[in-house]
Design a protein around this ligand. Structure first.
Ligand code: NAD
Length: 369
């Protein structure tokens, strides 16, 4: 890709701290691999509110729509808790997701061998685990109408939410899952509740249609989401890519995340409608929040954010080998025993700081050349 562009929105709390380490990795690619990114930075969340009175300005939104990739740190913090809902830091992130039409949320659950003891499951079940959950992010029961709490006819109330999916909403997220599978283990498992929900029947039929007509080379299986939840903790390594709706994806991706240990290790990507070059708009961010309890102390683990950049290398910049380079650098640093505070086991030891972890990853990148 000529002149690949990245907009960095570091945000609040530990966001800027972990993003500084990502910036070092980006610069490393320019200096050592001759892969130069056109990087710009701007404000989002509370940081934007403090300067502009809104959590995302129109100008920043326009920039986000014009670049190849947005890298986001985290937004929010107690300082902003009492703000009106319309200007809360999270509204900035929601606006990005909405206007970039980020309908496909990618949550990898990857277990580095050195951290297998951190999982709540037995080591042999999770060691070497590498699965990807693709969650539909803009439709389904969180958005379907009618919704609300209404009086019923017996003097009580009724709460209503509507699970609603259209052909196109299902097909586009299915395509996203099949595309990913082709770059990984070539297997997709689609999860719904077709046994009890009409929207689940439609989901299964449309995923099957996309498979038969566009991706017959990828292996497709179907599973009811409840059975899928069970299989995720019984034998997670049977999966490669899982595609599911917004509600089931919310639950299944959190379950899968816990297979791997710390929040400070979890990257994510959200892909959207095609941009002017036909590539999906993309936002990459760690799963964790702004961690106000440790902000400013140098304790934040930058790995989730660095792995989010690795996802960008793989999924937006077609630099899969370079993504592997970053992941292996992280793996080798962890294998050497270096840990930020969140990864310290009960036996203790001396944790390294955010910056020290970033520097160690750079050294491991140097060693990979
Ligand atoms: P959090 O993810 O910020 O923190 C949860 C716990 O995990 C804390 O103890 C924190 O110290 C720890 N932690 C998180 N990331 C870490 C890292 N990289 N290294 C080491 N430890 C880490 O969740 P929270 O405390 O529920 O929320 C704090 C703020 O973040 C809130 O304002 C919330 O709205 C916001 N938030 C933002 C996002 C986002 O920007 N996408 C996501 C979740 C929460």
């Amino acid at each position: 890709m000529a002149n690949p562009s990245i907009l960095i929105l570091a945000g609040d709390g530990i966001g800027p701290e972990v993003m500084s380490e990502v910036r070092k990795v980006i610069d490393w690619f320019g200096a050592k691999r001759k892969i130069k990114f056109n990087v710009s930075e701007d404000l989002v969340g509370g940081a934007a509110y403090d300067v502009h009175g809104v959590p995302l300005t129109d100008e920043t939104m326009a920039k986000a729509l014009s670049v190849d990739v947005v890298l986001l740190g985290a937004v929010g913090g107690p300082k902003y808790d009492k703000l009106d809902f319309s200007v809360k830091p999270e509204r900035g992130l929601l606006r990005l997701r909405k206007e970039m039409e980020l309908f496909s949320n990618l949550r990898p659950a990857q277990c580095f061998d050195a951290l297998a003891d951190f999982s709540s499951l037995k080591k042999d079940i999770v060691a070497g685990l590498d699965i990807m959950i693709v969650r539909e992010l803009t439709g389904g029961v969180y958005f379907g109408e009618p919704r609300g709490i209404f009086p019923d006819n017996e003097g009580g109330r009724v709460g209503i939410n509507t699970q609603r999916y259209t052909t196109e909403e299902i097909r586009r997220v299915a395509r996203s899952a099949f595309e990913l599978a082709r770059r990984r283990g070539n297997k997709v498992c689609s999860m719904e509740k077709a046994n009890v929900m009409e929207s689940g029947i439609l989901w299964r039929e449309e995923v099957t249609w996309v498979h038969e007509n566009e991706y017959p080379d990828v292996e497709l299986s179907h599973m009811y989401a409840d059975a899928g939840a069970m299989q995720l903790v019984r034998w997670p390594k049977q999966f490669d890519v899982i595609v599911t709706d917004n509600l089931f994806g919310d639950i299944l991706s959190d379950t899968a995340a816990m297979l791997t240990g710390s929040l400070g290790m979890l990257p994510s990507a959200s892909l959207g409608a095609p941009d002017k070059n036909g590539r999906p708009k993309a936002l990459y961010e760690p799963v964790h929040g702004s961690a106000p309890d440790i902000a400013g102390t140098g304790k934040a683990n930058p790995i989730a954010c660095i792995l989010s950049f690795a996802m960008a290398l793989r999924y937006s910049f077609d630099l899969g080998d370079e993504a592997v380079r970053v992941e292996q650098a992280v793996e080798s640093v962890l294998a050497s025993g270096l840990r930020t505070a969140d990864l310290m086991g009960p036996d203790g030891g001396k944790p390294v700081s955010t910056t020290e972890m970033g520097d160690a990853i750079l050294k491991a990148l140097d060693a990979s050349l």
